[in-house]
Design a protein around this ligand. Structure first.
Ligand SMILES: Nc1ncnc2c1ncn2[C@@H]1O[C@H](COP(=O)(O)OP(=O)(O)OP(=O)(O)O)[C@@H](O)[C@H]1O
Ligand SMILES: [Mg+2]
Length: 363
């Protein structure tokens, strides 16, 4: 259990800046999840925390202690890799106990701790097997066992579940939550999976191009993204964004007119002026089919509909942008069909021309 503070942290590979002044404070016992596009620097950040990659600039403190030049084995940090990196010639028990063996801890003590860890991870039945005789999920658990047996202050996970099938992921997700509760360890976890990020994280850190775009509670990121990048990165399918301008501001409501001429009236946006260019952000789930006799906010022409059973994704185009409505229930919608949609106006987002969020009630 330890707090991690990254202050103006940077990393350069030759002439290339990969991490560009990152400030993140992770509290003791927190489950922090890093997300961001491929190549944005997630693995590099983890490797810098683990001590596998030298820090080019800035500071990394663990419980207030400067770690920049502390060797990896003295940091009390364990890392679980996507590839598991198990020793193929060792049994499960030997893999899990290896780091204790290296430290010269007595065999009896190692056996006891391997027993404890394997019980926690439900690996008791496999202790004598070699990794190649294990399923992906079991191998993943061995990799986790190898990390937690050291009783680390911090556990780093780099996309640990990405090699597993969907049902095993759901199971391992629950097990990771359990592990976090029982060990109380501070966890930093990298994933590309939206559901993992939303459900596991106390806080999600969204990265882009080696910089933090926003760090917040998952639901806060979803509901109040600081910028269009975060708005579109969190949520799947991603938030639609339509080029628009402010047509009028009257009685505390802004009339937003998209480039295709349809309008929405949004309450609370007092700081806007008529003529301002904005992006109107509407999540696919905030668009619904307008029932008969119900007022439609927008009428669109279907390009494609994807029937998933419990919901239907409807693709359309407006104001030069392709967009998706995620409507509840199963609907057969033909290509070219005209579809009236309602918009959840309270959930609409506005962004300025630089992509920064304009908040309701902001003066
Ligand atoms: N040893 C290295 N030398 C030069 N460039 C590197 C090195 N390691 C990583 N990079 C570059 O640093 C950037 C960040 O890489 P990193 O592996 O941290 O990305 P990532 O966010 O983990 O991506 P992914 O989601 O694909 O795993 C990339 O552009 C990568 O090419
Ligand atoms: Mg990576």
């Amino acid at each position: 259990m330890s707090s991690i503070t990254l202050s103006n942290l940077s990393k350069r590979f030759g002439a290339v800046d990969v991490i560009k002044g990152v400030d993140i404070a992770i509290e003791e016992g927190e489950f922090a999840v890093f997300v961001g596009p491929s190549g944005c620097g997630k693995s590099t950040l983890l490797r810098m925390i683990a001590g596998l990659e030298p820090i080019s600039g800035g500071a990394f403190h663990l419980d207030g202690e400067l770690m920049n030049d502390v060797s990896p084995d003295k940091r009390g940090i364990a890392m679980v890799f996507q590839s598991y990196a198990l020793y193929p010639h060792m049994t499960v028990a030997e893999n899990i106990g290896f780091s204790l063996d290296l430290k010269g801890i007595p065999k009896e003590e190692i056996r006891r701790r391997v027993g404890e860890v394997s019980e926690k991870l439900q690996l008791e039945a496999y202790l004598d097997r070699k990794p190649q005789a294990l399923s992906g999920g079991q191998r993943q658990r061995v990799a986790i066992g190898r990390a937690i047996i050291k009783q680390p202050r911090v556990i780093l996970f780099d996309e640990p579940l990405s090699n597993l099938d969907a049902s095993l992921r759901v199971q391992m997700r629950a097990e990771l939550q359990q592990l976090h509760r029982t060990t109380g360890a501070t966890i930093v976890y990298v994933t590309h999976d939206q559901v993992e990020a939303m459900t596991l994280a106390d806080r999600i850190v969204v990265l882009s191009g080696g910089q933090v775009m926003q760090a917040d509670h998952p639901i806060s990121l979803y509901k109040e993204p600081d910028n269009l990048f975060v708005g579109q990165f969190i949520g799947s399918p991603k938030m639609n964004a339509f080029p628009a301008r402010v047509a009028a501001v009257e009685n505390g409501a802004a009339r937003i007119r998209t480039d295709d001429g349809w309008e929405v009236a949004l309450g609370g946006f007092r700081s806007l002026n008529p003529g301002d260019r904005v992006s109107l952000g509407i999540r696919p789930e905030d668009l619904s089919l307008a029932g008969t006799g119900e007022r439609a906010d927008i009428t669109v022409r279907a390009i494609l509909s994807e029937r998933l059973g419990m919901e239907t994704y409807l693709s359309f185009e407006t104001s030069g942008e392709s967009a998706i409505a995620r409507v509840a229930g199963d609907h057969r919608i033909d290509t070219g069909e005209t579809v009236p949609l309602s918009i959840n106006l309270d959930a609409c987002h506005l962004f300025d021309t630089a992509g920064q969020a304009i908040r309701r009630g902001q003066i």
